[in-house]
Each structure stands twice: as C-alpha cells, then as structure tokens.
Design a protein around this ligand. Structure first.
Ligand SMILES: Nc1nc2c(c(=O)[nH]1)N[C@H]1C(S)=C(S)[C@@H](COP(=O)(O)O)O[C@H]1N2
Ligand SMILES: [Mo]
Length: 523
C-alpha cells in the first residue's frame, strides 16, 4: 500500500481536530473575556496547572520567564490542547463516534475546572459550553465534508454512502478547514485584545482616591543617584516594577467589597473596610522589595514609595497572644505568606499599603491593598490582594511556598549588581565608568567593592543613603582600560559587617548567592 495517502489522511484528520479546538477555545475565550475574564478556559486551565507542577520547578520557571511566565504557561496550555485536538482528529478517521465523544469529554475538562474554582458563578460555564458546542459542530461538519479521507477512496464513507454527503475536493476541504482554523485563531487574538482592554478597565478601577499621607516620606535627595547613565533609577516606575505571583491574571478586587480580617490567636477579631483604612492616618515610606528568586545580578527587585497604615498598629487592636510567633497573610486568590510576627510588630515600617509612588496600587501589584515588609523577601511577607491576617505559630501553619520546599522565614541577604557596563557590552577605550545598585534592607549598605579583571578590590563611591530599607547606588571609575575583553566583579558589605559571599548557590530555599560578575569589551 502506498503510505502517502495514509499520511495525507492523517494530516486531514489532525487538521479537523485542530480547527475544532481553535474554534472551541477561541470562541469561549472571546466570550469569557468580554463578560467574565476569569472564566476564560485557556486561562483557567493554565491556572489549574500551576499547583500541579513540580514544586521545586515552578518558582525558577516563574523567575526565568519573569513577567512572561503567564504568556508561556497559557501558550503551552493552548499548544497542548491543539496537539490533543489533532490526535482526536486522527482517531476520528477510524472511530468517528468515539473521537467525537473524546472531544466532548476533553472540552468539558475546562468547564469542570471553571466551576470548581472557589469564586465561580454558575454562568461562568456558559462561554465554554458555547465554544464546545460550536467546536464539536465544526468537527462533525468537517469530518462529513471529507476530513476522514480522500474523495471517493474512503471505504467507510462508501459503506455509509447514503448518509454521507459527497466529499469535497481536497482543495476545498483544506480551504474550509483552514477557514475554520483562522476563525478560531482570530477570535483568540480578539479575546486577547478584549482582555487587555479589560486590564485597562482594571487600571481605571485603580483610580481610587488616596488620602494625603498623615506622614510624608522624606524627600529623595538628588545625591541618592549617582547619575551614571544607564543605571536603574532610584525609584522604580510601577510599570517597570518586577511582578511575581502565582495568578495568570491579577484578581479584580472591588474596594467596596474588600475588607481585611485579623483573626486567629488574638484577643479580639478585627475587621477593616477600605473606607476605614483610608480614614486612618496613613504613612509614606520608601522600601525596596526583593524577590527570593532573583538571580545574582537580576532585576526581581524594585524600590517604591509606599503609602499605607502600619501593620503594627492594626495588630495592636487585635491583641495577639504572647504565644503567637507568625502571621499568615492570606490573599484573595488563595496565596499565603508566613511572616515572623516580630517583623510586623517591631519598629520597622511594615505597611498595609494602598499606594505606590503616589498612585493607587496597580492591579498587578495588589490593588486595593497589600503588605510591604522591609527586610524580608516578598514570598514570606509581601502578600498582594491581602484579605486576612491570621495570627498563628510556625509549628502550626505553613504557607504557599513553604509547602513547596522554600524556607518559612527568609530575611533578605546583602546583594549588589553591576548595571553599567552591560554584560557582554562594548565600551570605548579610555576611562571606564562603572555603576550599579546594592541592598541589605534592615541593615543598610556600608561598602561596595569592585574588581576589574583579577585586580585588587577597589572601594566604590556610595550615593547618599535614603533609609536602610532602600537600595543604594554606587559608582566607580577606572582610569585607563586597555582595549580587549575584561571582567568586572562586585561585592557589598552591610552595616553589620556581613560581606556578600562569593559562594554560588541556587535560589531555593532562601535566595541565590554569589558575586555578580560580568564580561565586557573595550574597543
Ligand atoms: N497574592 C500574592 N501575593 C504575592 C505573591 C503571590 O504569588 N500572590 N508573590 C509574592 C512574591 S514571591 C513577591 S517577590 C512579591 C512581588 O511583588 P510585586 O509583584 O508587586 O513586585 O509579591 C508577593 N506577594
Ligand atoms: Mo518572590
């Protein structure tokens, strides 16, 4: 037997399955994104995969793809669905009914995942069901129109000749399958557009009117920046601020509905509404937030002026039991973080924050309220969309990342990075300007040293310190650097005398270490 017609038949079958899948997801996503974005099947499926992923793998993946991790996840979920659709299409060549049943069952999976979400409404399932119905219809129609074989050569078709319409020519079949596929692809694209519009709407929700701070942040002195061109600005624009979380789309939380509940080992439960929070004397503080997954030299660190109310004062109202040593903060989306209670009750400026650089928090940074705790990595402290503070003990409760192999307590380690020159960058011969940032929240940066090639460590000039909880810029100049390939290495020392270790290690369980070391060329 000539193998080619068979391969072609298979291709046809696969195309039918792929076209049906595209229509299914495209339509459902489009409808869902327009009416209830969190019910979009691709998004929900992707979201459902996150907790199933191997614990040790997922955080590095989030860190690796940075802000693109969501896109990568949704794309791979979509790709998986297309492959499955294609296989079901091939199966249909020999077992049409069985294949249609499989497609139906596979299409019901996202529907089930959608209804099982804690925040699901019954109507959330509608877009998926519409997509599923149309996808199946496309599948059946395309199969009948000749997806199951060459015109005239399909023996099954011949057997059931009376019920099967005359198959289309190959050309027309491919055109038709292609058209359905294209419709599916276009609706997916349109869905993305609608989604980004919805995101804008989310940002509009964020136009919450913030009160004037009762206590303003210290003005940032001009000397807090070194003015080396190309270094990160002292204050990070919220648009450029790194984003790390386990949700595909930031939850849209209505400030009118929002409240914070303080409970657990407390003498008195406290509930705070947004109106009550905004009526309190809010304070502004500059605080540098850092992610434990930041690779050496990476940019999962940002500095902002946060507006909020001291958590210390809120906890005082609830009167925590003396036995409590941890506060488990819960997010609207189910995320939890374990913070040593002392970090929330001592004199540091731990905030229940509502504002970032003078504006309401953007949805992706925790609107309407989040925690910001100086000196601790975000995963044990910086809960976004925060809704509960549960006063408890480390030997009783665990948090989201602790359950996945990360430390329960994670103070930020002293770190530094080179920002200019860029790794593998080219600079012109002559004097060399080097600039970067260092941080050691709660202690403060005492010294930064830089080494050119294998030379001596030279002490860099430090920009003015704003507070010990903010990062500190540094610069240094080397007089005459020869053309050719060179390296630079940096290390920082905090005010407790801890020198940044040269020892390299992975981020899990409590941050990567090692000196930032770059190569560049002088020409
Ligand atoms: N609800 C929620 N809050 C969260 C997270 C999360 O996954 N979900 N991630 C934490 C981590 S790991 C970090 S580093 C910070 C990052 O805050 P950002 O995205 O505003 O920079 O948020 C923390 N708060
Ligand atoms: Mo993080």
């Amino acid at each position: 037997m000539n193998p080619y017609p068979r391969a072609r038949r298979r291709l046809r079958g696969a195309l039918v399955g792929i076209a049906a899948t595209l229509v299914m997801f495209g339509l459902a996503d489009l409808i869902a994104r327009a009416f209830s974005p969190s019910a979009a099947p691709l998004l929900t499926l992707g979201q459902a995969i996150i907790p199933l992923a191997p614990p040790a793998a997922i955080k590095p993946v989030i860190a690796l793809f940075g802000d693109n991790d969501k896109v990568v996840l949704v794309l791979s979920t979509g790709l998986g669905a297309l492959v499955l659709g294609g296989l079901i299409g091939i199966l249909a060549l020999s077992h049409r009914r069985l294949a249609t049943l499989f497609l139906l069952i596979a299409g019901l999976v996202p529907a089930v995942v959608i209804v099982l979400r804690p925040e699901a409404n019954a109507s959330d399932i509608v877009p998926t069901l519409i997509g599923l119905t149309l996808g199946i219809a496309v599948f059946v129609v395309l199969l009948r129109l000749g997806g199951s074989g060459e015109p005239g050569s399909d023996r099954r078709g011949a057997e059931h000749g009376s019920r099967t319409p005359e198959p289309l020519s190959r050309r027309r079949f491919f055109t038709l399958a292609g058209a359905f596929g294209a419709i599916g692809a276009v609706t997916i694209a349109a869905g993305q557009t609608v989604a980004s519009l919805a995101q804008d709407a989310g940002a509009a929700v964020a136009q919450l009117v913030l009160p004037r701070p009762a206590k303003k942040a210290e003005p940032i002195p001009a000397k807090a920046s070194t003015d080396v061109t190309g270094t990160a600005p002292f204050l990070t624009d919220p648009q450029d601020f790194y984003r790390i979380d386990t949700v595909l789309a930031p939850p849209v939380v209505d400030p009118e509905q929002w409240s914070l509940r303080i409970h657990g080992m407390v003498a008195e439960e406290v509930t705070l509404t947004m109106d009550e929070l905004l009526d309190l004397p809010l304070e502004e503080h500059h605080i540098t937030l850092t992610c434990v997954s930041n690779p050496v030299g990476g940019d999962l660190v940002g500095n902002a002026t946060w507006l909020g109310y001291p958590v210390r004062e809120l906890l005082k109202r609830a009167r925590p039991s003396a036995d409590a040593d941890m506060v488990l903060s819960h997010s609207f989306d189910g995320f939890t973080a374990s913070t040593p209670i002392t970090a929330l009750t001592d004199d540091r400026d731990s905030l229940l924050a509502v504002g970032m650089n003078g504006q309401a928090l953007p949805p992706e940074h925790g609107f309407p309220a989040r925690l910001v705790v100086p000196g601790l990595y975000g995963f044990v402290s910086a809960t976004k969309w925060v809704t509960e503070l549960e006063v408890t003990r480390f030997d009783e409760k665990t948090s989201y990342w602790t359950d996945r192999g990360w430390d329960a307590k994670a103070p930020i380690l002293v770190a530094s990075r080179i920002e200019v020159p860029k790794p593998l960058g080219k600079v012109s011969a002559g004097s060399l300007q080097v600039g970067g940032t260092a941080w050691a929240q709660r202690s403060g940066i005492d010294r930064v040293e830089v080494r050119l090639d294998d030379g001596e460590w030279t002490e860099a000039d430090l920009a003015e310190e704003v507070t010990i909880d903010t990062w500190r810029q540094w610069r240094t100049d080397f007089a005459e650097v020869e053309p050719g390939s060179h390296t630079l290495t940096v290390r920082a020392t905090d005010k407790d005398g801890t020198v940044q270790t040269a020892k390299r290690r992975d981020a899990i369980p409590n941050s990567a270490t090692g000196h930032h070391h770059i190569q560049f060329r002088v020409e």
